[in-house]
Design a protein around this ligand. Structure first.
Ligand SMILES: NC(=O)c1ccc[n+]([C@@H]2O[C@H](COP(=O)([O-])OP(=O)(O)OC[C@H]3O[C@@H](n4cnc5c(N)ncnc54)[C@H](OP(=O)(O)O)[C@@H]3O)[C@@H](O)[C@H]2O)c1
Length: 256
């Protein structure tokens, strides 16, 4: 797809890189020559991922929670100790649960906002101050979700991802003097481990709701992420690119 060695010598951090979309993003970066750090909470899951990635090149795993700024800082120090730099940050870690808005408790709301909005900000700010600001270079890719028409059925994640969508634009401008590009990828429904957390009845017949009549693959999300992180996208910043088979433009995702 891309030229081999496209990311040769680059250091990449992928949050949530131990599973699903994040794991595929990590794998593809490694296939094109990058050294990759994957980070998420569950050590065991990270170690399994590391085993599958190790044959492709250099990969490191770090157990941490993006909601905890101290752990985020330790992750940055871990990268700094080994390579002294970071070139690309992919904020992919996230999670939510389906619920009518009125049934979301304050705890449930805060948990989703904390992960998807606050955690993304902590990671991005930390990597900027630890690396990008001084390097005068850096790329951030935020994996969000299809929030084009709001997010009926998951108000918390819709609000959090809309926050990240806006943050993407703000940081793209604020950090442009440092030659840092910030973009977002908004996946529709992707055949990935994340889908296993949803009740099967919600997902039944869901491909028919997508104009292209199928779900996306983790590889397709990764190709877009790599493109936006590459020099081919050097003049693109502050954008959110949807990858949803046209779903945002037509019909309802699921019955209310
Ligand atoms: N699959 C889809 O259709 C779809 C569509 C739109 C958007 N997305 C978004 O794309 C991203 C990847 O989704 P996926 O399908 O690959 O789901 P997934 O396998 O559940 O991936 C989520 C990853 O985030 C990590 N994570 C969650 N909370 C974390 C925290 N507080 N700190 C650090 N890591 C954390 C998880 O690992 P640990 O549990 O070990 O921490 C996991 O590796 C998510 O943000 C998801 O919401 C997915």
């Amino acid at each position: 797809m891309f030229t081999s060695g496209l990311f040769s010598g680059k250091i990449v951090a992928v949050s949530g890189g131990g599973s699903g979309i994040g794991l595929t993003i990590a794998r593809q970066f490694m296939q094109y020559g990058a050294t990759v750090f994957i980070a998420s909470r569950k050590e065991e899951r990270l170690q399994k991922a590391l085993e599958t990635l190790a044959p492709l090149g250099t990969c490191h795993a770090f157990a941490m929670d993006i909601r905890n700024p101290d752990e985020v800082e330790r992750f940055a120090e871990y990268i700094k100790d080994q390579y002294g730099r970071l070139d690309i940050l992919v904020n992919n870690a996230g999670g939510q649960f389906p619920s009518a808005a009125e049934l979301i408790s304050p705890n449930g709301w805060n948990a989703v906002i904390n992960t998807n909005l606050n955690g993304t900000f902590y990671m991005t700010r930390q990597m900027f101050t630890s690396f990008f600001m001084e390097q005068k270079s850096g790329v951030v890719i935020n994996i969000i979700a299809n929030i084009y028409k709001g997010f009926p059925g998951m108000a918390h994640t819709g609000a959090a991802r809309a926050g990240v969508d806006n943050l993407t634009k703000t940081l793209a401008v604020e950090w442009s003097p440092y030659k840092v590009r910030v973009n977002a990828v908004a996946p529709g429904i992707i055949k990935s481990s994340g889908l296993e957390q949803y009740p099967p009845e919600i997902l039944q017949g869901i491909s028919d709701k997508v104009p292209l009549k199928r779900l996306g693959s983790t590889d397709e999300v990764a190709y877009l992420t790599l493109f936006l992180a590459s020099p081919m996208a050097d003049f693109i910043t502050g954008e959110t690119v949807y990858i949803d088979g046209g779903q945002r433009l037509w019909g309802d995702m699921w019955e209310m």
